[in-house]
Design a protein around this ligand. Structure first.
Ligand code: SF4
Length: 338
């Protein structure tokens, strides 16, 4: 962010070449709540239809048994979470599921595998999934762990639209959450994906025992990437019994909304996704998140392995709020998410 920018003014539509400091971001975060929401909503309206929400479906194509030790995750083999591991799904089965999602109105299909990184032997199947889901006329997104430049290139050539790879938390707090890889590893994959021409989806999780400064620092990292992520998922921790961070404490809903608003102001062109943890949020908290600039959600009964509100509830909430699904041809979707 430009050091001279008046923090009480709405952010400029494009801040891609500006650099935020932690201090500047903290000043915005600490604005009186009404001023913060007004600024966020103003930035939102300058870049998006304020009454449109992008909706995606997410499928776990390979569940559990992951070698990583992410302290929040049900799928890590390091914790007794009781989750049954499965092998990589057959390509045909994935395409069938994508077809069903398309019939129910989904325009983007997100596929997630619980891996540290894909093995070379899995790449042919992964590439086939991208190609065949694309052939259904859907946008594609994957989250598969760390990617090499070569793997990123292959996925790009297959037509992958988005790659999700969350930074999770601040660089300073990262080792408290995950010890089997580093924050720098995370940034390297994001750079590989970007270099290959795939759009980036990257955000984090609140409620891991981190400080407010850690949360803001995470957004500073994302906003200061050479190109900010097109999609920024902000998750509320779903405590998984047996996982290392299951008892980290709840996030205050107002603090959560402040983070959504800050993400919107710092990355005004990005889709801000209200992600995991919506089942724990009241409808009123979600409405405040939308007011603060969140404009994307996952729909469906489950989110990888966690509960999600389900389409009936979401449809009713969106209807009550007068929100409509974002159209695939909307100009805003060009900077959307996975
Ligand atoms: S978050 Fe992903 S990488 Fe980490 S343990 Fe879970 S599945 Fe593995």
């Amino acid at each position: 962010m430009d050091c001279n920018t008046d923090l009480h003014q709405a952010a400029e539509p494009s801040v891609e070449n500006l650099v935020w400091t932690l201090e500047e971001a903290s000043q915005v975060y600490e604005l009186p709540f009404m001023d913060l929401l007004f600024q966020a909503q103003t930035a939102h309206r300058e870049n998006f239809d304020p009454n449109a929400i992008q909706m995606s479906r997410l499928l776990s194509i390979k569940t559990g048994g992951c070698a990583e030790d992410c302290g929040y995750c049900s799928q890590s083999s390091k914790y007794p979470t009781g989750l049954k591991a499965t092998k990589l799904m057959e390509v045909e089965k994935v395409v069938d599921e994508a077809r069903k999602a398309r019939e129910q109105g989904a325009t983007r299909y997100c596929m997630g595998a619980a891996w540290r990184s894909p093995k070379d032997r899995d790449m042919d199947s992964i590439v086939a999934m991208v190609t065949e889901v694309k052939a259904l006329g859907m946008e594609t997104c994957m989250t598969l762990g760390m990617l090499s430049p070569e793997q990123s290139e292959r996925l790009s050539h297959a037509g992958l639209d988005y790659y999700n790879h969350n930074v999770d938390t601040s660089e300073e707090y990262y080792s408290k959450v995950i010890t089997t890889r580093t924050f720098a590893d995370r940034l390297e994959t994001l750079a590989n994906v970007r270099e290959a021409g795939i759009k980036v989806c990257s955000g984090g999780i609140l409620g891991l025992g981190e400080s407010v400064n850690d949360r803001i620092s995470m957004l500073v990292t994302l906003a200061n990437l050479p190109v900010p992520p097109e999609s920024v998922p902000i998750n509320m921790l779903i405590p998984i019994p047996g996982s290392r961070l299951a008892n980290s404490g709840r996030v205050d809903p107002i603090e959560f909304v402040r983070m959504i608003a800050l993400a919107r102001i710092m990355m005004p062109n990005s889709a801000v996704r209200l992600s995991a943890g919506r089942t724990e949020m009241s409808d009123e908290t979600q409405a405040l998140c939308f007011l603060a600039g969140a404009n994307s959600i996952f729909v469906g009964e489950t989110l990888l392995t966690a509960d999600n509100p389900g389409e009936d509830h979401d449809n009713k909430l969106l209807q009550r709020l007068g929100l409509k699904p974002m159209s695939l041809v909307s100009p805003s979707i060009g900077s959307a998410q996975c």
